[in-house]
Structures are given as structure tokens and as C-alpha cells.
Design a protein around this ligand. Structure first.
Ligand SMILES: [Zn+2]
Length: 341
């Protein structure tokens, strides 16, 4: 039996098309997950436009933000049953003996392979998922929202785990994409005053960000960053997909402040990092997420404390993937969601 999937077939720009995909065969520690919804990620767009910074195993089915029902279980899987509502983490292949895995930091295991670039992802009807990746989705949380547990976990990791924001802090987020807006929302939950910064073309997305109780700024955020005592923001979260924004972060951050970089961009820097030294600033990278982060995020989503509805710009059928990608790529919507069935 086969079904259609959104396949990224080469490293050339625009190499994404609908193809017939065989139903995956699962191993004894896997489940077969029938996908209810899958979010389109900025990284799916980067692989489509071929400006990504990571190795891709072509051809590969795209999609790593997904949830659905368990359709079949491997012989050694316990604790789950057919029909269970689940979302899946993204670390599809990890080395169980890696020192990082043993610390629970399997997301940083260098041999890790994720859905949608390392192994086949979820922009299709069925996906093979190791049972260790699964988290239960409460009945009251629709899959259209639950499939965004992944980007919310990226934001939780960047803001809560890697930035240690305190109530009353001034936090500037650069880049009003999905991750930027969710980082802003997460920083609000931490009790910070938050501004999110974009370009003229981002006005629509900044309006959406304002629904999370943050200030939306087009262009220069230095007046906002300096408002409290003239020294700058306690923390800058760089969620823009370009290296150059680090220069802005270094200008906005206060002495002894913190910069967390969660946005990717393969371009080399062409400026001095001296302000990092002179201001005694901590520069922190933030990548992916792990089991405890997913559990916290699901609890925030289920209680309504974190609401992802404002960022969902539409739900498209798989065959209309191009429209869904295009709407997000042009910035018309923050997040596109696909529905394989
Ligand atoms: Zn993603």
C-alpha cells in the first residue's frame, strides 16, 4: 500500500514534489503513526529553497512537527496501544550509548538523525516512529495545535532552559517567524517585558506577536531596550534566519547580558565580536529539545497557558503543499499546517 508524500529529492533549489511513498515497515521498538497534522517548519522551507546548513539524506519525506494516532506497534513496545493520540519528538535516530544520550541530551548527540532530513518525515500518511519519541496528547488538545509542540519546545529550550529569564527582565526577540513569536510568548510566561523586532514586511506577523502581550517593533529597537536604565536589554533572543542579526543583538544587549541564538544562517559574519568581550556578554546557542521539555510544553498547551492558535495561518491538504510553503515563505502566514488524510 502506498500514499502520497511531500519529498525533497535533491540539494538543488526547488527540489520538492509529491511522490508515491510505500507504507513504512516498523521495527520491534517502533510504532506506525498515522499522521493527523504536520506543521511546515522554516527548516522545511530552507531545504526547499536549498539554503540550509545541515546534511540531508536525499530523497527524504519532509516534516518533523507532527502528531496523530498509533496505527500499529512493534513487538517490544509497551505502554502504548493502537489508537492512542500522540506527538513525536524529532530525534528519530540516536546512539543509545553516546555520553550525551546517557545524560538525557540525546538531542545533541552528533550522530542524531532527525525526521524530514535524516530519515523520512511526516508529510505523508504513515510514519515510522521509535516509541521512545512519543508523548501522549490530551483529548482536549486538537492535533492542529498539538503538532506545534515541536516549535514550542524549541522556544522553551531557547528561553527557559538556555536563557534563564527572570520576571521583570527586558527581553528583545529578533525575527517574528514561528520560533521568534513563540520565544516572545515563552519569555512573557517567564514574567519578562518583551519586544519582538522585524522588518517593514513583517507588520502582519508583528500584529500576531502582539496578541502574546509583547511590543512589536519595526526596525530599531534600541529605544525600547534602553527604556529602563539606558543600558540595554537583559537578554536578546536571535530567532532570525541570518547571521547578520547577531550584530544587532550585540548592540541591544546590556553589559553582562545574555544573547541566545536559535535562528540559523549559513552566511559568515563580517564584523568584530569585540562588543561581546567589552560588554562581558554570554553568547549561547540553542538547538532542539529533549523529553522533559516536551512534557512541560504539552502541559502548557493542554491548560491553554500557551495558545498557538494565533500563529496558525491555515491548514492545507498535502497535495496543496506548494501553496502552504509559499504562504509561509512570503510571510503572509506565520505557520502553515498540512493535513495528510
Ligand atoms: Zn521545526
Amino acid at each position: 500500500m502506498s500514499s502520497i508524500g511531500v519529498v525533497n529529492f535533491s540539494s538543488k533549489q526547488g527540489s520538492v514534489e509529491i511522490r508515491e511513498i510505500e507504507k513504512p515497515t516498523i521495527g520491534e521498538d517502533d510504532v506506525l503513526l498515522e499522521v493527523a497534522n504536520v506543521g511546515v517548519c522554516g527548516s522545511d522551507l530552507h531545504q526547499w529553497t536549498a539554503d540550509h546548513s545541515w546534511h540531508v539524506n536525499y530523497p527524504v519525506v519532509l516534516g518533523h512537527e507532527f502528531g496523530g494516532h498509533i496505527a500499529a506497534l512493534g513487538s517490544r513496545v509497551s505502554g502504548w496501544k493502537e489508537g492512542d493520540r500522540v506527538v513525536s519528538e524529532t530525534a528519530a535516530v540516536i546512539d543509545p550509548n553516546s555520553p550525551l544520550t546517557r545524560q538525557g541530551l540525546y538531542n545533541l548527540d552528533p550522530t542524531r538523525k532527525g525526521f524530514g532530513y535524516g530519515v523520512n518525515g511526516a508529510m505523508t500518511r504513515f510514519v515510522k516512529v521509535p516509541a521512545r519519541c512519543l508523548h501522549a496528547v490530551p483529548e482536549n488538545l486538537p492535533f492542529e495545535q498539538a503538532c506545534l509542540t515541536e516549535p514550542c519546545s524549541v522556544a522553551y529550550s531557547a528561553v527557559v532552559v538556555n536563557s534563564k529569564i527572570k520576571p521583570g527582565d527586558r527581553v528583545v526577540v529578533l525575527g517574528p517567524g514561528t520560533i521568534g513569536i513563540l520565544c516572545a510568548a515563552m519569555a512573557r510566561l517567564c514574567g519578562a517585558e518583551v519586544a519582538i523586532v522585524g522588518l517593514e514586511a513583517d507588520r502582519g506577523r508583528l500584529d500576531i506577536a502582539r496578541q502574546y502581550g509583547c511590543e512589536g517593533i519595526v526596525g530599531d529597537a534600541s529605544a525600547w531596550a534602553n527604556k529602563q536604565d539606558g543600558l540595554g536589554a537583559d537578554c536578546v533572543i536571535d530567532a532570525a534566519g541570518a547571521s547578520a542579526t547577531l550584530k544587532i543583538a550585540l548592540e541591544l544587549v546590556r553589559p553582562n547580558g545574555h544573547i541566545t541564538k536559535v535562528g540559523w544562517g549559513p552566511q559568515p559574519l563580517n564584523f568584530s565580536l569585540d562588543p561581546l568581550v567589552q560588554k562581558n556578554v554570554t553568547l549561547q546557542g540553542s538547538f532542539s529539545h529533549n523529553w522533559p521539555i516536551w512534557e512541560k510544553v504539552l502541559s502548557l498547551l493542554a491548560s491553554g497557558t500557551l495558545d498557538v492558535k494565533p500563529i496558525i495561518g491555515g491548514v492545507w491538504e498535502l497535495k496543496d503543499w506548494h501553496e502552504a510553503f509559499e504562504q509561509m515563505h512570503s510571510g503572509k502566514v506565520v505557520k502553515s499546517v498540512l493535513k495528510p488524510n
